[in-house]
Design a protein around this ligand. Structure first.
Ligand code: KDG
Ligand code: MG
Length: 403
């Protein structure tokens, strides 16, 4: 089998998605997600202008060699644009392999290790009461795990609190929106949210929280310690992970489990954190960390250090990524949990898929061949690209901060 064509589709059914389609001389095609929120066209260009010409004529079954061809062959390694482009190629090739062998991709990754993929949903509200009601909504839908984020008194907006409760989308049209931030207000308020949630929902529900890279290590230690009575499943991204030694300081102060890595691109981003057992869940995801070929290596390395997976699964990861994450999640031995932010009906219509939620807290990838996702190109063409950015964040005095 040979690759005869590879094309990039850009569509915006409510938000921008970049999808790679690889076609073969046997009429089989595969899809890969290449969406990098707020920087979408950079990946589209990287694929079209630089990678795809080198793909034509290759055997799509050679996923390992093709991965290294693009990784080593660039000379300029790593980085989100490069690794998202490589991930899209890799995903599409696994999709082709599954279709050619008439089996779901999870069977090529070792088969089923579990009956379903436990997911967590996103509850958020302007205040504790509204967030608590949203958690109740997820409990009614059968979720076993819920991430909870709340507005902070004194801050007009904050990360994780959305206008549309069903389909959280942080990117906005136009130039980047500016948020304001106060660590002091946040640290005072968040433990009160979890105190209320444990009082209302008891101790069985898994509760998660995302600090979204906004604290220093000592502040993260304080937050983790103050949340210990409410035994979170995890505290995510407490600190930006550029200075990884900082995570030792967090460990000295709290036993709240730490999740990290949605912005990681390679195993080398996580190597120090894993080897020193400074985190408990690795959130690297198929689309931003080099595809299934590379994510499996990250997971295997993490397993040695008792670290479980918890792949990023926000709405900016297209249904193609979600499907790949589910094939990965159902097969990987050290699975922890999968994030699941539902896509809008417009997005689901553009990307018909076989994965489904069972009403009991689990997603299932479906048992069809390949990844089980398609792209309706006619419908996709009705939604042209619409520039959008993630917000930026400033402290109350105007200092530029982490978003
Ligand atoms: O594009 C950025 C979003 O995917 C990210 O902000 C969402 O932090 C996020 C999460 O945990 O889903
Ligand atoms: Mg996050």
């Amino acid at each position: 089998m040979k690759i005869i064509r590879a094309t990039v589709n850009v569509t915006c059914p409510g938000r921008n998605f970049i999808t790679l389609k690889i076609e073969t001389d046997e009429g089989i095609y595969g899809l890969g997600d290449a969406t990098l929120n707020g920087r979408e066209l950079a990946v589209a260009s990287y694929l079209t202008d630089h990678l795809l010409p080198c793909l034509i004529g290759r055997d799509p079954f050679q996923t390992e060699d093709i991965w290294h061809y693009f990784y080593r062959g660039a000379y300029w390694r790593r980085g989100p644009v490069t690794m998202t482009a490589i991930a899209a190629i890799d995903m599409a090739l696994w999709d082709i392999k599954g279709k050619a062998l008439n089996t779901p991709v999870y069977n090529l990754l070792g088969g089923r290790s579990r009956s379903g993929v436990m997911v967590y949903g996103h509850a958020n509200g302007r205040d504790i009461e509204e967030t608590s009601d949203e958690v109740a909504h997820y409990v009614e839908m059968g979720y076993l795990a819920v991430r909870a984020q709340t507005g902070i008194p004194g801050l007009p907006s904050t990360y994780g609190v959305s206008k549309d409760k069903m389909y959280y989308e942080p990117a906005e049209k136009g130039l980047p929106v500016e948020n304001v931030w106060s660590t002091e207000k946040y640290l005072f308020h968040v433990p009160q949210l979890f105190e209320q949630l444990r009082l209302r929902f008891g101790h069985d529900l898994h509760l998660l929280h995302d600090a979204h890279h906004r604290l220093t290590p000592i502040e993260a230690g304080r937050l983790g310690k103050s949340l210990e009575p409410y035994h979170l499943f995890w505290l995510e991204d407490p600190v930006p992970a550029e200075l990884q030694e900082g995570f030792r300081l967090i460990r000295q102060h709290t036993i709240t489990p730490i999740a990290l890595g949605e912005v990681f691109n390679t195993i080398w981003d996580a190597e120090h954190l894993l080897r020193e057992q400074l985190i408990d869940y690795i959130r690297a995801t198929v689309v931003h960390a080099g595809g299934l070929t590379h994510l499996r290596k990250i997971a295997d390395f993490a397993a040695i250090y008792h670290v479980q997976t918890g792949c990023h699964g926000a709405t900016d990861l297209s249904p193609v990524s979600m499907a790949a994450a589910l094939h990965f999640g159902i097969s990987v031995p050290n699975f922890g949990i999968q994030e699941y932010m539902r896509h809008t009906p417009e997005t689901d219509a553009v990307f018909p898929h076989t994965y489904s939620y069972d009403g009991k807290g689990y997603l299932h990838p479906g048992d069809g061949p390949g990844l089980g996702v398609d792209l309706d190109e006619t419908l996709a063409a009705k939604y042209p690209y619409d520039r959008a950015y993630l917000p930026i964040n400033r402290k109350l005095d105007g200092t530029m901060f982490h978003w």
